[in-house]
Design a protein around this ligand. Structure first.
Ligand SMILES: [Zn+2]
Length: 498
């Protein structure tokens, strides 16, 4: 069997400050850079991405892969029209030219372009115009997918990550191969779905903790009992499009069983909805709490700056928590044992590189950015900083979620201000791997307090080394409470919070 394979990844926060043009896909940042053809398979094989899991499983099944494109960019505001059209044109060109019996697409599921609300549904609709309605097509999706009706209609089957942090990406790709095999062997699935009438904040979608852990356990139980393939996408609650929010779906061969299990899972999630809403401390209170805990802790206390999470479209450059650390004298209390990262600030990184290791320079760190509700986040930090380490920014990752991936963060620096170490990068990256501290000379396990610009993914690598985790709410462009966003296109019957 010959399988056309392609990847397209973007999580779009339509409220975020910066759009994704074609150069963002060429660079990839958090994803492997753009590749096409045979190079794509080579580039993706050693990663932990769904495509790698699919490739491994496909090899065991003796399938031949026909590689098309890999195009992924870090989460941001809308994909620019020309970038999406370029990606779609390349995929369709390959789909017209090549010979294949089936298709696997490694998609995110929450991509919005300037001119397209549901990029994945649009891609599938265009692809179906080439392949016809009968060709088996399976797509894997991120847990944050905003699954649209067009995607459900045009895909033969979908399957979604079941963990956040996403430690099961490759496993999901392998599951997609299983679905494709079943689709080829037994023919079309019956598909049913339910859209849930609320949005879920991302920081409580963490499947290491209840209620999300319990809902995922329900999914596994229902699936095991019924044989129906179930999917649950929690949704990405910062996309001002009509189909934003959680969706449950199922595929199977017995329509009644599919319907009953989709309904059961949707009802379980509805019953748990209220426990997805959690109040968070502001930056000052979070730092005070963290310092109290750090005084007696033998392992680091971690504070998550969830509202500036670059994995959700923020630019990782707000300063609320850095100001709070400096105001509280955190670095004087635990000199050299307090760190914050990754602060995305190419100018500051360049200034540190120009100065050199050991030098002290006046530095302006971070930005004030416009936040939902029209407020601006805190001003940049202006202070004397000592350059402790410099790096070109190519970092091989080794954590449970990221092993095998390499990120290219560009010129990076560790600078110290009043005893607080700040990990500054030129590219945007989420602090989700211990290697992203160590490359700049900071040993995360030796810290008393670490502030990460991340909502949940950091837990994959850091939950086991932390004594305590505090999620904070410092002003930033990705509100922890989706109800704070200025929605204009979300249907009235979708509640802005659970
Ligand atoms: Zn995700």
């Amino acid at each position: 069997m010959r399988v056309l394979v392609a990847g397209f990844q973007h999580e779009t926060n339509t409220f975020a400050p910066t759009k994704a043009g074609w150069p963002a896909f060429v660079a990839g940042d958090a994803f492997p850079e753009f590749t096409r053809g045979a190079a794509m398979l080579e580039r993706l094989a050693p990663t932990s991405l769904p495509m790698a899991g699919f490739m491994h499983d496909a090899a065991e099944r003796g399938w031949t892969l026909v590689p098309s494109i890999w195009a992924g960019a870090s989460p941001s505001a809308q994909i620019r029209r020309e970038a999406f059209e370029h990606i779609a044109a390349m995929l369709l060109e390959d789909a017209r030219r090549e010979h294949y019996d089936a298709v696997y697409l490694d998609l995110h599921g929450a991509a919005v372009a300037e001119h397209v609300d549901d990029c994945e549904g649009e891609l599938l609709a265009r692809l179906r115009a080439v392949t016809g309605p009968a060709l088996p097509i399976v797509c894997s999706l991120d847990l944050h997918a905003n699954v649209g009706a067009r995607l459900l209609r045009h895909a033969g089957a979908l399957t979604v990550f079941r963990s956040y942090p996403h430690v099961d990406m490759a496993e999901t790709g392998a599951r997609a191969a299983g679905l494709l095999s079943e689709l080829v062997g037994r023919g079309t699935f019956v598909t049913r779905s339910r859209r849930l009438p609320f949005l879920l904040p991302i920081h409580t979608q963490c499947t290491l903790l209840d209620p999300a852990a319990g809902v995922m356990a329900d999914l596994a139980t229902l699936e095991a009992q019924s044989g129906v393939h179930l999917g649950l996408a929690f949704g990405f609650p910062a996309a001002d499009v009509p189909e934003c929010g959680p969706v449950v779906f199922g595929h199977g061969h017995d329509a009644e069983a599919v319907e009953a299990n989709v309904l059961a899972l949707a009802e379980n999630l509805i019953a748990e909805a209220a426990s997805f809403a959690v109040e968070l401390p502001d930056a000052g209170r979070a730092v005070a709490r963290a310092l109290r805990a750090a005084a007696t802790a033998t392992r680091p206390v971690i504070v998550a700056d969830t509202q500036d999470n670059p994995g959700a479209g923020a630019d990782a450059n707000t300063t609320g928590l850095l100001h709070a650390l400096l105001d509280a004298g955190a670095g004087r209390r635990f000199p050299g044992a307090v760190a914050l990262g990754l602060m995305h600030d190419p100018e500051a990184a360049a200034a540190a590189h120009a100065a050199g290791v050991g030098e002290r320079l006046p530095l302006r760190l971070g930005r004030s950015v416009r936040c939902p509700g029209g407020r601006d986040s805190e001003p940049p930090v202006q202070a004397l900083a000592t350059v402790l380490a410099l790096h070109a920014g190519d970092v091989a990752l080794a954590g449970p979620m990221t092993a095998g991936n390499t990120v290219h963060l560009g010129p990076s620096a560790c600078v110290e201000i009043d005893g607080v170490r700040v990990l500054v990068t030129s590219g945007k990256g989420q602090l989700i791997d211990e290697a992203l501290c160590r490359f700049l000379g900071v040993e995360p396990r030796a810290l008393k307090l670490l502030v990460v610009k991340s909502s949940v993914h950091f837990r994959a690598a850091f939950a086991t080394i932390a004594s305590r985790i505090i999620v904070a709410r410092a002003p930033g462009p990705m509100p922890a409470d989706p109800a704070e966003l200025p929605w204009t296109r979300l249907p009235q019957d979708i509640a802005r919070r659970p």
